[in-house]
Design a protein around this ligand. Structure first.
Ligand code: ATP
Ligand code: MG
Length: 151
């Protein structure tokens, strides 16, 4: 399903809807070129979860954890990593939620992942015409139809 995101507010609002509705253990894999709005979307998810702390890109820290909202938010950015380095991160720790409290896992530059969870929401962001953005949303073994009926 393709969604037109006319401006940054639209990206934020889509994230808020996800943050308000997603259940613990949800994984969102974000792909797309530099500056297509991946971090903006995660900022929306944070708002929807009720996190008031500002959400900043974890490009250097790899992962930021926010525990203030309805569910924990684990925000990762794999931009600087090779797939072999991604393996060493044991990402499944976050979506299995055994060693950490189950929450929402949002991963930027998910194209760097050599393996994926059994269920996840794929979001591919791209530049449209006139500075707009597009999101191609594909649920894998999960559904968001209840709160985004078009998907
Ligand atoms: N739908 C949109 N339309 C226009 N501008 C947008 C849209 N969504 C986000 N932006 C703007 O694009 C810029 C880059 O956004 P953002 O940092 O979220 O992208 P990113 O994909 O995380 O980038 P990076 O690849 O560097 O991590 C920001 O100024 C943001 O406000
Ligand atoms: Mg980013």
């Amino acid at each position: 399903m393709n969604i037109l995101l006319a401006d940054a507010q639209a990206t934020l609002r889509l994230g808020i809807t996800l943050g308000e509705n997603l259940t613990a253990g949800s994984v969102i894999l974000l792909q797309g070129d530099l500056g297509t709005g991946k971090t903006t979307l995660v900022q929306g998810i944070g708002q929807g979860l009720g996190i008031t702390e500002s959400i900043v890109s974890p490009t250097f820290t790899l992962i930021n954890e926010y525990t203030q909202g309805r569910l924990p938010l684990y925000h990762l950015d794999l931009y600087r990593l090779e797939p072999s380095e991604v393996v060493a991160l044991n990402l499944e720790t976050y979506w299995e939620g055994v060693e950490v409290m189950p929450g929402i896992v949002a991963i930027e530059w998910a194209e760097r992942m050599p393996y994926k969870p059994d269920s996840y929401l794929s979001m591919v962001l791209s530049h449209g015409d006139d500075g707009t953005r597009q999101a191609k949303i594909t649920p894998f073994n999960c559904t968001i139809h209840k709160f985004i009926p078009s998907i």
